[in-house]
Design a binder for this molecule. Structure first.
Ligand code: D6G
Length: 842
């Protein structure tokens, strides 16, 4: 079993307890421990207490959950289906307790039982059913849909193993399987009766046309009808987790599918002594929900990934159609009553699947089925990186989903036929508009499929929306000019301020009340405290307390001592070359060399903190982790710079670690190559918690800059347009290096093995690539970045003024609440009306 390794918190709110509620809760926890966990309190482990507490809290959720479900049915609320291959939920205990405003009671009840709440919360495993931003966004959106009062349904996969656990051995990343379910999951309800058959393979047979139907759009003299006879079926079983909105006013459902074989085993084979073979098919079926993001560098890995995508998409749509028919009796009204949001292209097969259901099972002609589909589905694009735009080989789709491939061809034909009427679109753009990419082996472009099958296609920041129109969907945008929009991402302030930063939350509540928790714009009221030096002092003290908490955790885990008086400079996110952790560590090396050269200068002490996982097969990203650790070892053991610079790489970055680190940050590193980070949400969490951003003009940094004001953010480097121009006109890294002696010296030190004496050639290739290619433009931005860092030092010297700028960041981040983002989705895309609470229209 994996031992939980983050013991953050302690969240202590000032609210009072209610003795009768405490007594009632204490009784429930005792009953759960005894009758559900089956343990004597005298022998209960801390994990047993966690399970009992979670079950007691869950009881308080279920009544409201049922109320919400009834309300949705009785009011015929429009349902929003959020399909996502990832939900990076993290821990749920504090989330649920805080949103139900039960924290003081819960702490008190456990104290009376002789149990420490913080110890209980720390044993909950992180539900790491996602990689990074996209998955965490889905989790924030689920919470916000419940908080603003929308009938939101999350649909995804219940992976047995979430994102791998990262260990660092001798500076290298090692991946270890994650096993969050081994100790049970008290938040989920298995719905053994909610099952759907998901087919794969087989063949498509023509079937005699069914008789004419008179409703418009239904097949009258249908040409040829087809029937898909899959070769195998996998069963999807539902597991429901309640999603608690702020103050528990609404409890929505996250439904995750687990894969089961249609037969438990091949009995004949077993009896013939073929004990392993008897389970082969079953293993193949259950593998579908086994692991988040299987390595898809092999054909078998690719097939599994595609199966995962179809598996959860099909089960979710079957469930949606079943629910709609049971409530309304006809599928014709689906777009009025339901909307499906595709979180990136992973569920893009929903377009073909819904058309298939409508045509094959409900008798629609394909063009009408496509219209109904387009009125129901919407698609969020998350990346412009060509290598991240999904496409599937046509032969693979033909083999695994033959009927869908046929439907995709038909959709493509209808779509391309539109061009005939559009004189302004040159006919030679046909290949760019087609759903099928004909270059180097035929592939289905999933982004194009999602685009064509959707009512709206949104980017996730202003800049990203604009770049989508100019680059990846340039041609499609010309054909469907009103389809692209953008909705800038947001984060839920309940988790990313209230729960993770109780020190700052108490101070804010004292100053402006707690109305901001449900209405984030109220944070603006904090602006009036920017000239109140006593308040600024307390604001700085809250930050200091969070830094001490983090320093204690780092000392425990890494035996590195961090001075809470130093500037905490943090970059935590997935390891990726475009996110440029390498730029950060190279600048840290240059800074290290500068300190060594002038040890008596008045340097501002800095702690550079990194955390992040690299994909298992992403060797360059793993090498950068190693470089950070090599630099850390040297810097942290060099007495000459000890109190001026420290470097720490914290292993196994996950939601809980982020909750510990973010409140403690002074400086937030958001330094992607401009044009490559679609939005970012980490950038929002840091600024909300009173960190200044050092960043490029990229993704949502652009909007953070607009909101917090140019004086309260450190922007540097090439813009997206400048990056594009350099790519077009030729980028000369050698000239950049020659023009910046600090960079030249830094690269030489890395290349020659100063930081890798055990293997001097370790970084030679890395430095060569930077010198000769530098696709991510590190050398172009280095000098501006280094200068900005020193500007940051100068600001930090004046602690009162730094606190003022930090407070302005917190005060002006209200717009980045996921409640705002969800309201925009509701009005611009979903046509759904949020309620502040179930039953009361806003
Ligand atoms: C969720 C919430 C629960 C409800 C169940 C089935 O688990 O209250 O009874 O879903 O709801 P339908 O799928 O039948 O709408």
């Amino acid at each position: 079993m994996n031992l939980p390794d983050v013991q953050n918190d302690p969240p202590r709110t000032e609210s009072r307890t209610d003795p009768s509620r405490v007594a009632e809760l204490k009784k429930t926890i005792e009953i759960k421990l005894l009758y559900v966990v089956g343990k004597d309190p005298a022998h209960a482990s801390i994990h047993d207490w966690y399970t009992a507490t979670a079950l007691a809290v869950r009881d308080r959720i279920v009544d409201r959950w049922i109320d919400t479900t009834r309300h949705t049915y009785s009011q015929s609320e429009k349902r929003v289906y959020y399909l996502s291959l990832e939900f990076l939920i993290g821990r749920l205990l504090t989330d649920s307790i805080a949103n139900l405003e039960m924290m003081p009671d819960c702490r008190a009840a456990l104290t009376e039982l002789g149990v420490d709440y913080d110890a209980v919360r720390a044993v909950e495993p992180d539900a790491a059913l996602g990689n990074g931003g996209l998955g965490r966004l889905a989790a924030c959106y689920m919470e916000s849909m419940a908080s603003v009062g929308l009938a939101g349904f999350g649909y995804g996969i219940r992976y047995d193993h979430g994102l791998f656990r990262q260990q660092i051995r001798d500076g290298w990343q090692i991946e270890v399987p994650e096993d969050w379910l081994t100790v049970g999951n008290p938040w989920e309800f298995e719905r053994a009766e909610v099952t759907f058959h998901v087919g794969f393979g087989g063949r498509v047979e023509p079937k005699e046309a069914v008789g004419a139907q008179d409703k418009s759009g239904l097949a009258k003299s249908a040409p040829t009808k087809f029937i898909w006879r899959p070769a195998e079926y996998v069963i999807a079983i539902a597991y429901d987790t309640p999603v608690v909105g702020w103050q528990g006013n609404r409890i929505n459902t996250l439904r995750l599918w687990s894969a089961r074989p249609s037969e438990p085993m091949q009995f004949d084979e077993f009896n013939r002594g073929l004990h392993l073979d008897a389970f082969a098919e079953q293993v193949r079926a259950t593998n579908i929900s086994r692991v988040l993001y299987p390595d898809d560098s092999t054909p078998a890995g690719q097939e599994l990934r595609l199966k995962q995508e179809y598996f959860f998409t099909s089960a979710s749509l079957q469930d949606m159609v079943r629910r709609h028919l049971s409530q309304f009796g006809t599928i014709a009204t689906l777009p009025k009553a339901a909307t499906v949001q595709l979180n990136d292209t992973h569920p893009a097969l929903a377009v073909a699947e819904l058309v298939r259901i409508l045509v094959d099972e409900h008798g629609y002609v394909l063009s009408t089925a496509l219209e109904l589909t387009q009125a129901t589905i919407a698609y969020t694009n998350h990346t412009l990186l060509p290598e991240a735009l999904e496409s599937w080989p046509v032969p693979l789709l033909e083999r695994l989903l033959p009927r869908h491939m046929q439907i995709i061809y038909e959709i493509n034909a209808l779509h391309l036929a539109k061009i005939a009427n559009r004189r302004e679109i040159p006919k030679d753009r046909l290949h760019a508009l087609s759903l099928i990419d004909e270059h180097g082996g035929r592939r289905v472009r999933m982004g194009h499929l999602a685009f064509v099958g959707s009512k709206r296609v949104n980017g996730v920041s202003g800049l990203h929306g604009q770049l989508m129109r100019e680059t990846v969907f340039k041609d499609l945008n010309q054909l469907y000019p009103d389809r692209i929009t953008h909705i800038t991402n947001g984060v839920t302030f309940r988790r990313w301020l209230v729960q993770c930063n109780p020190a700052l939350t108490s101070l804010i509540n004292e100053a402006i009340g707690d109305g901001w928790i449900g209405d984030a714009d109220q944070l603006k009221k904090l602006e009036k405290f920017t000239s109140d030096s006593a308040f600024l002092e307390r604001f700085a003290q809250a930050k200091r307390a969070n830094k001490e908490r983090l320093a204690a955790a780092v000392a425990r885990r890494l035996s590195v001592n961090l001075d809470p008086g130093a500037m905490f400079d943090v970059q935590i996110k997935r390891m990726h070359e475009y996110k440029r952790q390498l730029l950060n560590i190279l600048e840290a090396i240059a800074h290290y060399q500068a300190i060594k050269a002038e040890p008596n200068e008045d340097w501002v002490p800095r702690v550079k903190i990194f955390a992040g996982k690299a994909a298992a097969s992403y060797h360059r990203a793993k090498l950068i982790i190693k470089l950070i650790n090599d630099v850390a070892r040297m810097v942290n053991n060099d007495p000459a710079v000890r109190d001026k610079l420290r470097v720490a790489f914290l292993p196994n970055y996950n939601v809980s670690l982020a909750e510990l680190i973010i409140p403690a940050a002074d400086l937030s590193e958001q330094i992607s190559t401009a044009g490559m980070e679609a939005s970012g949400t980490g950038n929002m969490k840091f600024a909300l918690n009173g960190a200044l951003t050092i960043g490029t003009y990229d993704g949502a940094n652009v909007e953070i800059h607009q909101h917090v004001g140019a004086d309260n953010i450190l922007i540097f480097g090439l813009s997206a347009a400048e990056v594009a121009a350099r790519r077009r006109e030729g980028h000369d890294p050698r000239a950049n290096i020659a023009a910046c002696p600090e960079l030249a010296a830094t690269l030489e030190a890395v290349r020659s093995g100063v930081f890798s004496p055990d293997d001097p050639g370790r970084y030679a290739q890395l430095v060569d690539d930077l010198t000769n290619h530098d696709f991510f433009m590190l050398t172009a931005d280095f000098a501006a970045y280094a200068a900005k860092q020193r500007e940051g030092d100068d600001l930090y010297r004046n602690s009162g003024d730094w606190a003022r700028r930090a407070l302005l960041n917190t005060a002006r981040m209200g717009w980045f609440s996921s409640d705002r983002a969800i309201r925009e989705y509701a009005s611009e895309i979903w046509g759904a009306k949020p309620e502040t609470q179930a039953g009361a229209a806003e």
